[in-house]
Design a protein around this ligand. Structure first.
Ligand code: DOR
Length: 444
């Protein structure tokens, strides 16, 4: 009697730790139960993946979904719909909502709002502040907590721990790897007058690479002194990349698809639409990010999906808010880089699933292996599509890539065995659940 499954993905090229080969995947109870060659009769449902590549579910470890408090820009349902439309199976969401996610109650509230309403799986970062330091050891271990996030430089919202004693106090008490937004606040404060009204291209002049490097250097120095591991979010400068290659024992590194795709020339065509923190910079920085990626210094991709409405973005710089949508375009823009030869498909998988699992100690995600969650990003590497604002599911309703043709497209999204997106349509009710972490596995 051959093995039977709930679901079979038939005939796709599976890309995992074994390399890439045509294999069938059997799924039972939301977990991968077999990898090999199986007959359609061995499963209740069979999905033909011939000609498609099946990647481990893409995990976007940095998104801002704005709920509670800023739901006119996004909410957990719309943000997660954007995620699965773009092939993303799990997200880590940021704490700069209103109220801020800085307490157990605020985290519990987000988990309640998210469960079975979000379309993908999720975890929430808890904001580290001067006031909640003593609570952080408990908060970072709560189910559904992605760990602690600290803004060392101010960005959207009021979260800020700009001083070394404040950062050190947080590092001292935590056990998990925490995530940091690194821009040196005193330098941002003293350079504010470099912002040219109406000209977003002055954004990287104000928030320059020295501001980024100074904060990253301060953070890593403190982390070494305290014997702690840190994750440097959205690294943007050649100088940081050069520094970070020497401190890989302590620091992991995220880059965004935006900073890999755009350079300062985009301000001329897109203005404040491409204004984000830290900023898109001159081309030499983008070259250095690609070099860091090629050399393995970069651990993960995070989209830093940070939606603002077009009306908000239309305010003249510097009143325009920083941030752009990105969760839905992460896979297509990066597959386009694969198609154009800037990285391999294997490296994309490493950055978008294995990398997040490794650095955040995610349980049963990040690999296509028996016993792991049946999370898959199914892609057509050859499909050519022009990205359009109309495709964007975010409430913001726009992307800086409107009009850009890409090669490589997310065709399907599976979350724990549920086919949630296929060929651009939502195909299952929302069933998102918290991502589980090794350090905080629920007993039982
Ligand atoms: O550009 C950004 N926007 N950078 C951040 O760090 C925050 C984000 C937002 O929440 O809008």
């Amino acid at each position: 009697m051959p093995e039977t499954f709930d679901l079979l993905l038939k005939g796709g090229t599976v890309v995992n730790q074994d390399g890439a080969a045509v294999r069938d995947i059997g799924v039972t109870d939301g977990r991968i139960a077999g990898i090999g060659s199986f007959a359609p009769e061995q499963a209740g449902q069979s999905v033909d993946c011939t000609g498609l590549h099946i990647l481990p579910g893409v995990i976007d470890t940095q998104v801002h979904f704005r709920e509670p408090g800023l739901e006119h820009k996004e909410d957990l349902e719309s943000g997660s719909r954007a995620a699965v439309m773009g092939g993303v199976t799990a997200v880590f969401e940021m704490p700069n909502t209103n109220p801020l996610t800085t307490s157990g109650d605020a985290l519990a509230d987000k988990l309640r709002r998210a469960t079975a309403r979000m379309h993908c799986d999720f975890a929430f970062f808890v904001g580290g502040t001067h006031d909640n330091v003593k609570d952080l050891p408990e908060l970072e271990m709560l189910p559904g907590s992605a760990g602690i996030k600290v803004f060392i430089g101010s960005s959207t919202g009021s979260l800020l721990v700009a001083d070394d004693p404040g950062v050190r106090a947080i590092l001292k008490v935590i056990r998990r790897r925490a995530a940091f937004h690194c821009e040196h606040e005193p330098r941002l404060a003293e350079r504010r007058e470099l912002r040219v009204p109406g000209d977003a291209s002055s954004h990287p002049v104000w928030r320059d690479e020295i501001a980024a490097l100074t904060a990253t250097h301060r953070l890593v120095t403190l982390a070494k002194e305290e014997g702690k591991r840190v994750h440097v979010l959205h690294v943007t400068s050649a100088e940081e990349m050069e520094y970070l290659r020497g401190v890989k024992d302590v620091a992991t590194v995220e880059v965004t698809p935006h900073h890999l795709t755009m350079d300062a020339g985009w301000y001329a065509t897109h203005g404040s639409l491409v204004q984000m923190n830290p900023p898109v910079r001159e081309a030499r920085h983008r070259t250095a990010l690609w070099q860091g990626l090629a050399e393995g210094v970069v651990d993960v991709l995070g989209s830093d999906h940070a939606p603002h409405t077009l009306e908000e973005k239309a305010k003249p710089y510097p009143d325009s808010p920083s941030g752009m949508t990105g969760v839905q375009t992460l896979v297509p823009t990066m597959l386009n880089h694969v198609a154009e030869g800037r990285l391999s498909l294997a490296r994309f998988v490493d950055l978008s699933s294995a990398g997040p699992a490794r650095i955040f100690n995610i349980a049963t995600k990040g690999r296509i292996a028996v016993g792991y969650d049946a999370d898959f990003t199914v892609v057509d590497l050859k499909r050519r599509v022009t990205i359009r604002n109309e495709w964007i599911a975010s409430k913001a309703g726009w992307t800086p890539y409107d009009g850009m043709e890409v090669t490589g497209w997310p065709v399907g999204t599976f979350v724990r065995g549920h086919r949630v997106m296929w060929e651009g349509e939502l195909t299952a009710p929302s069933q998102g659940a918290p991502v589980r972490f090794m350090e905080a596995l629920a007993k039982g």
